[in-house]
Design a protein around this ligand. Structure first.
Ligand SMILES: N[C@@H](CCC(=O)N[C@@H](CS)C(=O)NCC(=O)O)C(=O)O
Length: 232
């Protein structure tokens, strides 16, 4: 059996994408915790494989041609793992195009916008001194609502995001979308998104991957975490 993949991880939506994918794909893995509230992401050894000082990152000892490879950026990791296993990337070129469209939509849209919504709605108001900024809160709340409207209309036509097949695009979007309440969103006008959120949450792979080290999940509100995450 191949050596396990090394996952550099902290329990956040971007980390869950990869713990879910590894579980869905049945790939053995070990976990290296990167405590982003304490500054582990700036460790020179970690920066060698993650130059953007963010997790998730993986090392696959059994990379291309049997040589080890390290990969940062969750979208790149998902695409690599899907190619490696031949799973969850669609079966045809048209399906792969759709998977990439929705994966990029998550990476360039939902992730950054929902991340800023969390920042201005959940963290900044608790800073010392508080940064309670109505324009920023409205801006990101509204943009996330627009994106979830797009998602709902897509899911009205297809069972999953990229089409009628489960893919890495679903694995990328669900972790962020599952936190819709903290982003001050409603599902009342989004029945298709609500249906998909529930179907995803019921998958054994999601149920195994999402809780990975949930006991360590913090709220990034401590002075130390603020200094490391938001002022460096
Ligand atoms: N685009 C990156 C974003 C990763 C990211 O934002 N990770 C956050 C946690 S969710 C992190 O490690 N933050 C540490 C920091 O900003 O210093 C990806 O998708 O992999």
């Amino acid at each position: 059996m191949a050596d396990p993949i090394e996952l550099y991880y902290w329990p956040t939506p971007n980390g869950w994408k990869i713990s879910i994918a590894l579980e869905e794909m049945g790939l053995p893995y070990t976990v290296n915790l990167i405590d982003i509230g304490k500054g582990d992401q700036y460790d020179p050894k970690f920066l060698k494989i993650a130059p953007n000082n963010k997790m998730p990152t993986i090392i696959d000892p059994d990379g291309p041609d049997g040589a080890p490879v390290s990969i940062f950026e969750s979208g790149a990791i998902l695409m690599y793992l899907a190619r490696k296993t031949g799973r969850f990337y669609g079966d045809t070129e048209r399906q792969r195009i759709a998977v990439e469209e929705w994966l990029m939509w998550q990476m360039g849209g939902v992730g950054p916008m929902a991340g800023q919504a969390h920042h201005f709605l959940k963290y900044a108001p608790f800073f010392d001194p508080p940064q309670d900024i109505p324009y920023a809160k409205d801006r990101y709340r509204t943009e996330v609502a627009r994106l979830y409207g797009v998602l709902d209309r897509r899911l009205a036509e297809h069972e999953y995001v990229a089409g009628d097949f489960y893919s890495i695009a679903d694995m990328a979007i669900w972790p962020w979308a599952s936190l819709w309440e903290g982003q001050q969103q409603t599902l009342e006008d989004k029945p298709h998104m609500a249906r998909w959120l529930e179907a995803m949450a019921a998958r054994p792979g999601v149920q195994a991957g999402q809780p990975l080290h949930a006991e360590l999940r913090g709220d990034h509100r401590s002075k130390e975490a603020q200094g490391v995450l938001f002022k460096r």
